[in-house]
Each structure stands twice: as C-alpha cells, then as structure tokens.
Design a protein around this ligand. Structure first.
Ligand SMILES: Cc1cc2nc3c(=O)[nH]c(=O)nc-3n(C[C@H](O)[C@H](O)[C@H](O)COP(=O)(O)OP(=O)(O)OC[C@H]3O[C@@H](n4cnc5c(N)ncnc54)[C@H](O)[C@@H]3O)c2cc1C
Ligand code: FES
Length: 329
C-alpha cells in the first residue's frame, strides 16, 4: 500500500491500482480517455517520488525531464506526490478552417493552430472542446506539404466528441490542440525497405500521411496500403488513393470490403487477413497498423509471426473511452 498525494489531500493506494484509479475513486476530476497509456489525455506531473518507466514511455524527452507521466498506467511502488499540469503548457488554441463531409459517417476537418505545431505525419494529437471534453485524433496531413492540420473523424453512435464534430462543429469554431504524440510515423533512411500499412476505418488518416511523407522523402521500397471497411461506402479515401497509385510506381493501394453484398471492384475480406495472406514473409519490412484496436493488436502479433522485427512495427490502436457498465473484453 502507498499514498498518493494530490491537491493537498492524501489517498491510500492498494497494490495493483493505478494513480488514476485512486484519484477517480476519490472523486478527483482528472481527464482521461483510453486508460491504457495510449492517448495521453490523463498526463500529470510527479512532484515527489518515482514513477514507473512504462508510465513515461512514448512521452517526449522534454516532458519526461519535467516529470510528466501517465497516471492510468502508473502503479506506485512507493508514496508519490502528483499534480495536474498547467493546461496552457500543453494545449494551444486552434480554429476550424473547413470541414468536408464524407457520407455516411466520416468527416475531414482542417484546423489552423495559433502557434505552429511541430509534428511528424502519422502522429496524433488530443483535441479539446471548449467544455473540456478531450479525445485523440490522428493527423492525416504532412507538415512539409500541408499548411493546415487535417483529421478524419468517424461518428460513433452516442459518441460524445465524434457526434458533436460531425453534426455540430462548423468553420470558425475553436478547439484546443495538445501534442503531438505517438511513434507511428515515417523515419527517413533505409529507402529500399518495403512497407506494409494496414488500417481500418479512419485508421486510414495516419497511413495516408505516412505514405505521402515516405514518397515525398524519396522512399524507393514498395509501399502497400491496405484499407479495410465493412461496407463499400466506408472506403472514403478510394479516389485520391487510386490517383496516388497511378502517380507512384512503388505505391499500391488495396481496398478491402468485409461485409455487405456489393464488393465489386474491391478485395473481399478483412484488410488484415488479406494483407497477411498476400505477404507471408515480412522479414525486414516496416509495418504500420492503425485503427480498430482489436485489429491492431492482432495484426502486431501476426506481423511478428511473419518475421517482422518488433522494432519495425509501429501502431496506433484507436482505444475508445469505455463508458459501458461492463468494460469491453
Ligand atoms: C491514439 C488514438 C488515435 C485516434 N485517432 C482517431 C482518428 O484519427 N479518427 C477517429 O475517428 N478516431 C480516432 N480515435 C478514437 C477517438 O479518440 C475517439 O475515441 C472516438 O472519436 C470516439 O469518441 P467519442 O467521444 O465520440 O465517443 P465516446 O463518447 O468516448 O464513446 C465511446 C464508445 O462508447 C459508446 N458509448 C457511449 N456512451 C455509452 C453508454 N452510455 N453505454 C455504452 N456505450 C456507450 C459509444 O458508442 C462509443 O462506441 C483515436 C484514438 C486514439 C487512442
Ligand atoms: S493515456 Fe491515460 S487515459 Fe489515455
């Protein structure tokens, strides 16, 4: 048992509990979303004591040096004193410039941050609504080519942020941006290395950025992008990706449809199944996996089984905030 001190109060922390669990159980208003160390929405600062290394994994060195950590994956081994972060340090204002609606349930939003955001194509940021609601969204834009930040948002039934973005957000509205985060981005070098990109739904957003960035950086290896959707109208990137395929001999786009009856002109099946059926030897390939969390975790294992080195596998599972009475299994 240890003690977590926060806001001049001390809370007992049983073994196996995280700092976030303890603070939430004691009625503290701490923002969070994935509770898995992925989205960074919960980030705090340690004032006294030692936090676990995995609660700082993936944070920028400057943030780690300032004591930032993720309380949702931090089980304290000894007493800790922690604090919220001054939000001005992390969030910067941005204005919505434009929105494209891609029926039935996806929209592309374009934001202009008040101060430049230094990011890599494929990373994600946290977007905050004026009332404080925060969710993570991946960048589809490429910093060297695009002036605006581009995001693809899929509307979830009863989803607080995504429904609001698709139904109510308008050009001229303001949001705040925190980040960038994540290590799912193209690294220049090894230009001959083949790349396999697999995404479902709006998992396409970071993959488009990564592919465009690689091509603009002169990548010469083959780049295979598999995009999966249950229905044909979910393949919202089809037209631009086919144009991109025609312009670059080493870029290949595979559109996959797993449900419905209309699959004419598309590969039939799940994107991950088709990708791993097509390529059984992934030794020395670079792999990028984004979207539906269950697909991403499964595909990571399958990529390893096909010979990919774990240091060559980059992923962003789109973990959802669990709002159900029974947690998702
Ligand atoms: C690293 C990362 C990157 C991401 N990138 C993207 C991206 O580029 N594009 C994108 O579209 N998404 C992305 N996501 C997902 C995104 O962050 C949000 O989780 C998503 O938009 C849903 O948020 P929401 O507020 O609309 O839904 P929430 O309100 O958080 O609801 C989450 C889920 O719970 C369900 N739900 C809501 N209320 C209840 C209830 N009372 N009982 C049972 N179930 C309920 C909803 O239907 C939904 O399925 C990313 C996530 C992560 C972690
Ligand atoms: S990283 Fe802690 S809630 Fe997502």
């Amino acid at each position: 048992m240890s003690i977590v001190e926060y806001d001049n109060q001390a809370f007992l922390c049983d073994e196996g509990k995280t700092v976030l669990d303890v603070l939430l159980e004691n009625g503290q208003d701490i923002p969070y979303s994935c509770k898995m160390g992925v989205c960074v929405a919960c980030v705090m600062r340690v004032i006294e004591g030692q936090v676990s290394a995995d609660s700082q994994a993936g944070l920028r060195e400057t943030l780690v040096a300032q004591g930032h950590f993720l309380p949702c994956v931090c089980q304290p081994g000894a007493d800790l004193k922690v604090a919220r972060i001054d939000e001005q340090d992390l969030f910067s204002p941005a204005v919505v410039l434009d929105i494209d609606y891609l029926p039935p349930d996806v929209c592309r939003i374009y934001l202009q941050p008040a101060t430049p955001l230094y990011y890599r194509a494929g990373q994600f940021v946290n977007l905050r609504r004026e009332d404080g609601l925060v969710r993570s969204y991946s960048l589809a834009s490429v910093p060297s080519q695009d002036q605006r930040l581009e995001f693809h948002v899929k509307k979830f039934d009863r989803g607080q942020m995504s429904s609001w973005i698709v139904d109510d957000l308008k050009p001229g509205h303001h949001m705040s941006v925190q980040g960038p985060f994540g290590n799912c981005y193209y690294r220049p070098g090894r230009a001959e290395q083949n790349m396999l990109l697999i995404g479902t739904g709006t998992g396409l957003a970071p993959l488009i950025g990564i592919a465009r960035d690689a091509l603009a950086s002169g990548h010469r290896g083959q780049i295979w992008l598999y995009h999966g959707s249950r229905l044909v109208d979910g393949l919202y990137g089809d037209d631009p990706l086919r144009v991109m395929e025609q312009s670059h001999g080493n870029f290949h786009y595979v559109a996959c449809v797993s449900g419905g009856t209309d699959r004419h002109g598309f590969r039939s099946g799940r994107a991950d199944d088709l990708a791993f059926d097509d390529r059984t030897d992934l030794q020395d390939w670079r792999i990028f996996l984004c979207g539906y969390a269950k697909m991403v975790y499964g595909a990571k294992t399958r990529a390893g089984d096909a010979g990919a080195n774990s240091t060559n596998i980059y992923s962003d599972p789109y973990e959802l905030k669990d709002l159900r009475r029974q947690p998702r299994s």
